[in-house]
Design a protein around this ligand. Sequence first.
Ligand code: GLN
Length: 475
Amino acid sequence: MLRRIPSPAAIRQSPRRLPDIVGQSLASARELSSLGAFVSLLDARAHQQAQSVVSRIESGEQLPLGGYIVAVKDNIAIKDAPLTCGSKILDFHQSTFSATVIERLEEAGAVIIGKTNLDEFAMGSSTENSALGIALNPFDPDRVPGGSSGGSAVAVAAGICHASLGSETGGSVRQPAAFCGICGLKPTYGRVSRYGLVAFGSSLDQVSPFAKTCAEVYDVIRVISGSDQRDATSSAAPVPDSACLEPFSGKLRIGLVKDFLEHEALEPDVRIAMNDTISALKKAGHELVEVELPNAKYSIPVYYIVATAEASSNLARFDGVRYGYRHRDVTDLASVYDLTREAGFGKEVRRRIMMGTYVLSAGYYDAYYTTALKVRRIIADELVNALKYVDVLLTPTTPSTAFKIGEKIDDPVSMYLSDIFTVPANLAGVPALSVPWSLDSKGLPIGIQLMAPHFTEEKLLSIGAAIELLRPEGK
Ligand code: GLN
């Protein structure tokens, strides 16, 4: 099920090969269509961009992403391409503009081959909530690739492309990165423009890259970061500017989150991998200290109040009037909304809209929403404070490795618990990275998570790159 594509550096050496390699990438995406990674392929656009990249490189332009072949989660707008968000409600919708991240990728020389599968409106942890079919884990096709950015993770893990964009609201890049054995970075909130990313939870959402190595993730994040007039929440903080990433070479002080390492949901193989990581770091001379985050255990309930509240408002725009699908039996305005939204949204999205509407309703607003905002602040302060005393915090990315297709789909709470270790970073807005460490006894990838202070993506990735060098052999 795996493909190998020449590295971006090799392609830059002989740029004329790029159009052929792009063709091979598109062919691999089609041959591996049973993996369900892509929901649309953009052949014409990709070939055109490949030609333009060849001429730009030949005319001496230095393109930071020259040679990169990339896939994009289908909740990020590309002009004149379908934009489905994995939902029936956006059937036949074509975007009229491109997201800022798309403009930046193409300006930097990346070739985008297609749009990838996702849980509907990025709500889920397995890609089983897509209205366009499920995606499969390339390590074991009976298992999920994680979600909600499952398709983007599979596209990279299967070797179809070098890197991809996903989006994070509560772990949707780190969790599938861990399940598929690749790297995924959730940047600081505000690091990357959200213009053209379909909104789910606007105070949490960030476009987030995947690649096989931290160095490649760095290449992508460096290009897509930075302020954007079209997104008032984008930050003007300076963008990482080293031309390429070097593994961190100094001694580190690393915090171990005790409450996570002792968590009852942690599978034995993941615990063993964590212990191995800790031993390898100690052997390499780094200092490990225990850190307590006593309120992190409230992250899941807080997240599912804040994210659903924001989603219920953001998804109001899908009303049968403005975009894509409209139910054919509508008779009046009320039925346009009712019938379209009932038939257009899947079960999980309807559940979230109802939860979000409930927690924002007049009688419950203070009890749920206001309380959740207060607890969010406590969790965020605790995490930011802990990060003052260490370089990074180390935790498992997920409590388990990839689960079986269908295993959790009828048990939303157990699905929500996939995010227990990833959600705190989203609530606090700090950057967090998943790096593959080893395989479990079933041959499934295990990821470790590093969280770091706001706007320290470059250092975080350089620490990730140093950890890549410590991994056990034969992984
Ligand atoms: N799995 C989480 C959810 O279902 C996170 C989703 C995300 O990060 N987009 O909401």
